[in-house]
Ligand binder design. Sequence first.
Ligand code: ADP
Length: 797
Amino acid sequence: MLEHEDSENFKCKTNCSKPFFPIFFYNWLLTIFFKKDQLPYKVSLENYTSIADVGHKKLDIQFVLKNFDSLKPVSLKTKGDYLGFTENNFWSSTTIVNTTNGELKYYFETARPITNIVELYVVNQQTGKIIKHISGDEKKFSQRSYPHRKCLFYLVIPPNSQLKLVLHVKSDGDVLKLPLILYSTEAFVNVNSTEQFVFGFFYGLLFFVAIVCFFLFISLKELTFLYYSLYVVSVGLLQFALDGYFYQYITPSGGWFSKHAVLLLAIVGAFILGRYSELFLQIKKNSERLYLVYKISYISFVALFLVTVFVPAALFYSYQIVNFLALIFFIIVLYSISYLLYSKKEVDILYVLGIFFLIIGFGVFILNNVGVIPNTFVTQNSSKIGTGLEVIFLSLSMANLIRKLKNEKEEFNRIALVKSEEMNELKSYFLSNISHELRTPLNVITNLVESASAEVKDKKTKKNCEVITYSAQSLLGSVNDILDFSKIEKNELRLEKKEFDVLNIFRNVRYNAKLKSKDKGLKFKFKKPELQSLVIIGDENRLFQILNNVLNNAIKFTTEGSVEFKVEIEMKSDNLASIKMIVSDTGVGIAKEKKDSLFDSFSQHSIDNKRKFGGLGLGLYIVKTLVDMQGGHIAIDSELGKGTVCTIILDYEIPEKKTVVAPVVTEAAVCDLGGKTILVVEDNAMNQMVIKMITKKWLNTVVIFANNGQEGLDAFAANRIDLVLMDLQMPVMDGYEATIAIRNGQVGEQNARIPIIAVTADVMESTKQRVAEIGMNHYLTKPINKEVLYQTIKQYV
Ligand code: ADP
């Protein structure tokens, strides 16, 4: 029998451990006997196996059978089943004796699923017949003698026979392990069903987590989820490869990819875990240095990947390097966690637990791999258990991340809302402020030009003055539009309710429109109502503004032909009149598709004739708002190239006692204050000049100027004052403070009730209210209209 032939090495080994036993006795000890009534359920053959490392030598079975002892075999049990990282060929030999009269059937598990070459020669010692079984992932899966993911063989042991199991195994540099377990059919079924349950749960969990995280990435656009999903996929595939499923189901034809799958997936998995951890722990934000370390480790992984793919000779080292790099990488992640905890940065405890389980799982797996701890179901599957627990905890930490992102988003939205409100406020403030800033000098220009025009005789200069006045007024119109727009935006536009003769308004509107039409060479027709006068209750300025706007548009957008203004009044009842105002022109018209945006603010966005005709695009928006506020109706009918008809219908209340309203005086009559003294408290020199210019034509009027509230108060000491025109925003002491001081009797009880008129550029509703609250008698807005100023002052003195 071959077993009885000695080899030097074998002798030495056996002599070392059992010096006095005869060799045949020891070989007899290495033989496993299957006895009736003692048939093993599952047995490890490690203790009955000797193994020879033949290096890179390619031997055949006949040679090995003849010269096995000269190959210097050693007892496998002395090293456990661990053969280390190796590319060498190993030959092992085990003898089985079936002492029973029956045929025995066993499943023989040999090397790890990912071993490259596994060949089992079953030598019948009595007949000398040799049967070759093959497995390993170098060949096609279909060529396996027994189609199983593990390197497993089906053994039939004839009755009263002695079999020699000679195993040839070879790896490509990865760890080589030989569990060498014989399973009875029952044991095999049991192990398989347990594994299938555990694996099904494990892979199912990974699949589920990967899909969910991928969807979360799609919806939240957060890269951490993508990396986590990819990590779960790669770690799942790595386990899949380690278990032999990758080869069985994905690369059943074997080949290069099949052989390298574990290595490549390990590199990819470690790389993605790195990226994921880096993003999750916000390394870039938290530490530039650590971020650099991560970057270096990525470069190492990429380099290793490339070397594995392109340098076949380096494969042997790649297995060891990837283990080493993975270890280093775990240390980097652990260091990052400790660093963040030490620097009091927030680290999710669930993430820490996840990584902890991963490290424990792989730690045990590696220790088992290198033979430090024994083979059990738990140690063999520790990486899977670790990964499973890791995935569960990391998924929980991802749930935390979602919550964090949601909170961050809510906070972001809140800040954005506050900011946008602030911006809106600022915009409104800016708009009204800039309009005031423009209105003041514009006012000065118009007033100055007006008085200059009155003084000069030269026709050409007079004409130039008219042009300046016209331009300044049109600029003032635009500025007023912006002011109105900002009031509408802030919901501060209010309508007045006063009695006025609407026919006066029509006359004034017609007068202006006629002049402008004439300037443009257009015909202007006015179809007035039959009534000569109709006193109604409403906001006369706003009606004027509406009609002016619509008529100005008609004139502006008409280059030839005519503009017509028609008014129809229908008495709905004794106290309600419906006024229909129709403005039609023969101008450019409006394209159908643009009609919808006519009443939008800044409608020049959508209507492209802007540059040709100019304008802010606010007119119709304001008109529509004003009409709506009065419960009226506006419609624009237009045909491109033919003209436009704008119809406005407004209902007005008619006062019970019809007062006769005098026609609006266009040219002021003589202004005479009968010797009254007015104190003007105003810091702006331009505004002072405007008031000076207006009041210098008034008879019997004394005007005193003060540059701020304090100077205003001081002025009372030396003068008898009848009325105060008070600006609001001033240095040293503002108009509010000064008014309060006056009302509190600081300038004498006799002056405490003196009429104070606020003259301000601020048209905000809140200002108007505050002015009334502190006891001012009236509120005038700049630019000052000279008639209005005179009428108002006259009312109080
Ligand atoms: P603006 O006149 O400052 O441009 P509006 O709000 O008054 O702004 O008008 C909005 C747009 O509607 C104008 O730019 C113009 O294109 C169109 N539009 C208004 N009235 C007429 C009209 N009578 N004829 C032709 N287009 C008009």
